[in-house]
Design a protein. Sequence first.
Length: 315
Amino acid sequence: MPFPSRYPLLFNPKARGERAQKAAAFIMERATRFALYATNSPEEAKDLAAKFAADGEPVVLAAGGDGTLNAVVQGLAGSKTALGVIPAGTMNVFARELGIPYGNFEKAFDVIEAGFIREIDLFQVNGSPFMQMAGLGFDAMVIEETTWESKKILGPLAYLLAAVKVLGEKPPLMKLRTKDGREEEGVAVLAGNGVLYGGQVPLFRMANNQDEILDVLVFHEAGYRLVLDSITGIARGGVDLAKSVVHLQASEFAVSCDVDFPVQVDGDLLGRTSYAQFVAMENRLRVIAPEQPMGSRFGEAMNAFWAWTRKLQGA
């Protein structure tokens, strides 16, 4: 891949928190390597990325979390322009999935400088592309209930508090139908293009972002039963092993309901709808990633997950 004299770099100047501040300092220390574009909204990030792609830029960098990356990906979708990632968000799920160093900006930039391109599948729901995962029902309700102010103050804990509130509500029953005619019903649907969910939780143990299919989990139980079954499933080796969870794989499927339900893509709320159509996109996303693949992402993620749970138990 040719090295540009300056990389176009899109970032959200309103981002707060310790990681965002460190990322800003890192970027300014190397400002001569970047053409900086501070975006006012996800829509502007998408439009700028699309313009760079149309102009033939070989690489566009995005500094931020999964929401920022998703906005840039929507602009790059269908193009040959590669995405470079400087993981400056809270979770950095996509960076973790690809093995991009998420705790060291210098090492993440070294990956960009090395210039190895990996092509991964892209899917879309109701026309909106996503790179890592999408959720309908429960987890989207949690994101819907989590305010920007609470995330600023509490970080990841804000999602936990919102989840406690949502667990007491009765969700609507959604109907899923795959292109080949398989049907399922549930109160929540998660679709994974990669193994990881919400940071380091290996929710989609059989997912592969280069196999042109989504791993789909349909949850039959609501409330605290949903959480308990999920934890039990992971303890047994995978959420899909829980009795109240159905796992399937599909490149195209639809979810419908009698009432509107929330939809999230890559951790950001997309909106509410009564019908969600999932399809594979024709062109893959080009991403700059480490050339040498890491070990088993599932095994490493499980080790990290259990270390995290032990830390919580000791707190």
